[in-house]
Write a protein that binds this ligand. Structure first.
Ligand SMILES: [Zn+2]
Length: 189
């Protein structure tokens, strides 16, 4: 499974998007096969750690009754509510003590699908002189898509770890892959 992991460079970053219980089977907003990406990402996390590459984990972290929830007129069932069990990282994900957590979705006035959306992450990574970001996680056609596009927009090289993502819908996934490709993302098959 690790054969497609490239030799990391010192200015690389591994960014893992929203591997939380609510996005996996059995959760509040389950994505088909969402838990299947966990062992893939664990291999990447191990390789990144061995190479001394920083590992950042984003999480969706909503206040109760968030505007993205259907009860508030939004598109999604309530999910990833702060400090609930469903908001926890998947128990099998190798959450390392040295990983950095990026929290998003906390705003009351708008949703934040992208890990770069008003989190200050782009400036921070530029300060760290990161050039290339490897991205995997959930969901391929929502938060991964938004994060990849914003990362490219901010001037980073972005490589999508395709095997480490799953879409909400197959059609959405196909569209998202095409959008990311057209925007300049490299896809690691
Ligand atoms: Zn959300």
């Amino acid at each position: 499974m690790t054969e497609n992991i490239p030799q990391f460079e010192s200015d690389d970053l591994l960014l893992v998007i929203d591997i939380q219980k609510d996005f996996c089977p059995g959760g509040a907003l389950p994505i088909t096969g969402g838990d299947e990406v966990v062992p893939v990402l664990n291999d990447w996390i191990k390789a990144a750690r061995d190479a001394g590459v920083p590992i950042y984990l984003s999480r969706d972290w909503h206040p109760k009754h968030h505007l993205s929830f259907d009860e508030s007129g939004g598109p999604w069932p309530p999910h990833c509510i702060q400090d609930t069990d469903g908001a926890r990282f998947h128990p099998d994900l190798e959450v390392l003590h040295d990983a950095v957590v990026v929290t998003k979705g906390t705003r009351f006035d708008q949703d934040q699908n992208s890990a770069f959306d008003q989190t200050g992450l782009a400036d921070w990574l530029q300060k760290l002189k990161i050039k290339r970001i490897y991205v995997g996680g959930l969901a391929q056609d929502v938060c991964v898509l938004a994060t990849v596009l914003d990362g490219l927009e901010a001037g980073f090289e972005v490589a999508l770890i395709k095997e480490a993502t799953r879409p909400v819908t197959p059609d959405g996934g196909r569209e998202a892959l095409e959008k990311m490709r057209l925007a300049g993302a490299v896809s690691i098959e």
